[in-house]
Structures are given as structure tokens and as C-alpha cells.
Design a protein around this ligand. Structure first.
Ligand code: C2E
Ligand code: MG
Ligand code: MG
Length: 429
């Protein structure tokens, strides 16, 4: 009896009573072998709940646990008794649909699961709304080995999630290629710094009142030996994922500081260069020389460099983030909120965290000539920022009309292709 209990513990998920990851892999191996024998295809579904984490954080783990249990029951209710539904952990479930005579039911089951999970969950007095992203892969069409099926279903699930959630997606060979390219790019990224493939470009920031270039933003570029010049949006998230962003970010910072030093000397007055800092960099416990100390070592004042962060960083600011920001303030390093208006955009944070600049996202600037709403947002955000003692930088100014409207709104600084795109340091100079 005790052996039986131990076996149950090892193979079933305590919360939902469903098979766990281990038993799932057992069953999948078994079903693949059976399918080889019978020649009947099988389908593997990866089911990931959308927004479960938010609900769990908001309503507490008790309610979260009950939602998961019910989600497991709902999924089980969508398949035949002979199919296996398992919980891999967290909010991830799988279903193995076996002995398929044709593939029509696969899609029907996926749709049924999506419908079942988008119906509200009633727990205590709470009503929780979720949905699911489902990845589907087929044996033998997509792969013949269990581990390949698992990888395929996982990739397809990510595609469903990135496609806007609450949907299912079939595995395709192009997903395989993309995943492969991604791994290769990450591999290349590991060597890019030591092989001197990064360049920092500088985009001027113009004082809208006088029209003079008063600052610059440092923007990273990657000169890839095979793929040519790669934009940061294509690789920063990978660098964040694998932790390389710390080294890379420190390097950008040092480059920017060096340029500030050189340009300040030539101008006979300090010249501020801003650097973008990823939230991941705030979490690292790197032993690197701190940024304020580095500036001091060069004989620069703190205000020679400013740091651009995003609103998300302030949303759940940990003590480490708060400390870093206080350290910057004490050193005189100014802080800007980048892409303002695209995230939570809380005015309370601006006051609480001693922010110096607000950079209005280019999406508002782009349409402000034709869209009254965007124009009103730009005007009122600027007025509010000024009341709070912040200066405003408009991003992505491309036309003289936009510039005129921004001057009219009393926006302080502007940046955009109208003045110049980001260019190499010598060209900037
Ligand atoms: P960001 O900080 O908001 O930078 C502004 C982006 O808008 C830059 O793209 C810039 O080239 C582009 N831009 C500037 N003026 C205009 C305009 O008039 N029209 C349009 N359509 N675009 C304009 P870029 O250089 O591709 O950088 C993209 C993002 O990558 C940056 O957005 C920033 O979030 C991130 N990034 C760049 N360098 C670094 C870095 O060193 N570290 C980190 N963590 N992130 C970086
Ligand atoms: Mg920026
Ligand atoms: Mg921006």
C-alpha cells in the first residue's frame, strides 16, 4: 500500500490529480510506440493559460489553485476518456489525443478547450476570466520521436501566445527554422562583444526653443558578419534572456561616457549623453564598477550621462531598483522614462521616484497632426510633467508640422529623423 502511495506521488500532480510531467512523458513514449504499431496518428497539444499569473497575484494563491484545478477538469471534459490530460507545472497542461482516424477532431478539441477555458471561473465571490494558448503537433507528420513532438508543441504554443492569445496554432517547419535561427543568433551574440561587432550610434536631442543640439541618445547597433547591421529590437530581448545585456549595457555606458567626455571638452561645456538601461540590468548583482564611480574616475559630473528606463520597471519596483535610482540621484545622474504612454503611465510614479525627463513615445507624435486625441494627450502630458517639475522630450519627430505643434505645446526637447537619425560618433560630432 505504501508503495502504491509513493508511486501515486511520483506520477500525479497533487493539486489537480492529473498525471504530472513524468507520467506524461511515460504515456507519450508509450502512445508513440503504439501509434507506430497501429499506424494511427496522434496529436499532442500544449495548453498554456493566458494571464493566469496576473489573476494569481491579484486574488491570491488559494483562488489560483482552485482555478487551476477547475481548468484541469474543464480540459479533461473536452477529450475522450482514453486520451491523456496532464499538468506539466504552473499553468501548463498537455493533452495527448490518440488513435485518430482523421485529423478533423483535433481542431474541434482545441476549439472546445479554448471555449471551455474562456468561460468565467467562479471561485468564492470572485469571477476570473482566463483564456488559453494552444500549440498542436502531429505524429507522424511533424516528428516521429516523443521529445521532438514536445519541442514542436511548445514552439507552436509560443506562436499562439505571441499571436494574441486565446487561439491555437499548428506546428510548422518554419517555426523550427525560426527557433534554430534564434539559437544561432544567441550563439553569435555571445561572441559579439569580444569580436568588436557592436557600435554605438548617437541621435541628437534638440532644444525645441532654440533649435540647438543639446544632448544625444546612445543607440546600440550590431554589425553582424553574415547578416549585416542588426537593429537593437531584434537582439536586445535575446541579450536580456541570456543575461548578456549586463555586459553589453556596461559597454554601451562606457562608450557613451567617453563620448560625453570628448564632446564636453571640445565644446567647453558638459554634454549629456543618455543610455538605455534594461530592467534586467537593475536585477543583476554584478561586481562591475558602479556607473557613478566610473564617471568620477573619468572626471565627469553625474549629469554627463542620463539613464533611460521604462515605466514597467517602476510598476513593481524592488528595493534593488529603488536603491539604484537613489544612488543615481545622489550622484546627479538624471533619469528619463522612455516610451512614455505605452505602458502603465502612472503619474504617481513620476513623483515618487524623482524622475527628471519624460520621453513621449513616438506613436503619439506620429499621429498628432491628424489625430485630435493624440494631440490632446501630448499637450496635457507635457503640462502635467511641467507641473511636476519634469522636462519633456518628444520622440520620433519626422515633420516640421509635428515640430510646430510640439513647440506650441511647450515641449522642451525633440528627437527624430527631422533633425537626424542615429549616426556613428564621428558623424555626430
Ligand atoms: P528608444 O530608446 O525609444 O529609441 C528610439 C528609437 O526610435 C531608436 O530606434 C531610433 O532610431 C528610433 N527613432 C528615432 N527618431 C525616429 C523617427 O523620427 N522616426 C522613427 N520611426 N524612429 C525614430 P533603435 O535605435 O532601433 O532602438 C530601438 C530600441 O532599442 C530603443 O528604443 C531602445 O529601447 C532599445 N535600445 C537601443 N540601444 C539600447 C541599449 O544600448 N541598451 C538597451 N537596453 N536598449 C537599447
Ligand atoms: Mg531610449
Ligand atoms: Mg523611446
Amino acid at each position: 500500500r505504501s508503495e502504491e502511495i509513493a508511486w501515486h506521488h511520483a506520477n500525479f500532480d497533487a493539486l489537480t490529480g492529473l498525471p504530472n510531467r513524468r507520467l506524461f512523458r511515460d504515456r507519450l513514449d508509450h502512445e508513440v510506440r503504439k501509434a507506430q504499431r497501429t499506424g494511427l496518428p496522434l496529436a499532442l497539444l500544449f495548453i498554456d493559460l493566458d494571464r493566469f499569473k496576473e489573476a494569481n497575484d491579484l486574488l491570491g494563491h488559494d483562488i489560483g489553485d482552485r482555478v487551476l484545478t477547475e481548468a484541469g477538469q474543464r480540459i479533461s471534459g473536452c477529450v475522450r476518456r482514453s486520451d491523456t490530460v496532464a499538468r506539466l507545472g504552473g499553468d501548463e497542461f498537455t493533452a495527448i489525443l490518440t488513435e485518430l482516424v482523421d485529423l478533423v477532431p483535433v481542431e474541434q478539441v482545441a476549439q472546445k478547450i479554448n471555449d471551455a477555458l474562456s468561460a468565467p471561473f467562479f471561485v468564492d465571490d470572485e469571477m476570473v476570466y482566463l483564456s488559453a494558448s494552444i500549440g498542436i503537433t502531429l505524429y507522424p507528420d511533424d516528428a516521429s520521436k516523443a521529445e521532438d513532438l514536445v519541442r514542436n508543441a511548445d514552439q507552436a504554443m509560443y506562436v499562439a501566445k505571441n499571436g494574441g492569445r486565446n487561439q491555437f496554432s499548428y506546428f510548422t517547419p518554419s517555426m523550427q527554422r525560426e527557433a534554430h535561427d534564434r539559437l544561432r543568433l544567441i550563439g553569435d551574440l555571445r561572441n559579439a562583444l569580444s569580436r568588436d561587432q557592436f557600435k554605438v550610434y548617437y541621435q541628437p536631442v534638440v532644444d525645441l526653443g532654440t533649435g540647438r543640439v543639446v544632448k544625444a541618445e546612445a543607440l546600440l547597433r550590431w554589425q553582424h558578419p553574415r547578416l549585416g547591421m542588426i537593429e537593437p529590437l531584434r537582439f536586445i530581448s535575446f541579450a536580456e534572456e541570456v543575461g548578456l545585456i549586463n555586459e553589453i549595457g556596461d559597454w554601451v555606458f562606457r562608450e557613451a561616457a567617453r563620448c560625453s567626455l570628448c564632446w564636453g571638452r571640445r565644446l567647453g561645456a558638459p554634454f549629456q549623453v543618455s543610455v538605455n538601461k534594461s530592467p534586467v540590468q537593475f536585477l543583476s548583482r554584478s561586481t562591475e564598477v558602479s556607473w557613478p564611480a566610473y564617471l568620477q574616475g573619468l572626471g565627469l559630473t553625474g549629469s554627463s550621462v542620463s539613464v533611460e528606463i521604462t515605466e514597467g520597471l517602476l510598476l513593481n519596483a524592488s528595493p534593488a531598483v529603488v536603491n539604484k535610482l537613489l544612488q543615481y540621484r545622489d550622484a546627479g545622474i538624471q533619469v528619463a522614462i522612455d516610451d512614455f504612454g505605452t505602458g502603465y503611465s502612472s503619474m504617481a510614479y513620476l513623483k515618487k521616484f524623482d524622475i527628471d525627463y519624460l520621453k513621449i513615445d513616438q506613436s503619439f507624435i506620429r499621429d498628432m497632426v491628424t489625430n485630435d486625441g493624440d494631440r490632446a494627450i501630448v499637450r496635457s502630458v507635457t503640462a502635467m510633467a511641467h507641473e511636476l517639475g519634469l522636462q519633456v522630450i518628444a520622440e520620433g519627430i519626422e515633420t516640421a508640422e509635428q515640430k510646430a505643434l510640439l513647440i506650441d505645446a511647450q515641449c522642451d526637447f525633440g528627437q527624430g529623423f527631422l533633425f537626424s537619425k542615429a549616426v556613428p560618433a564621428d558623424e555626430f560630432e
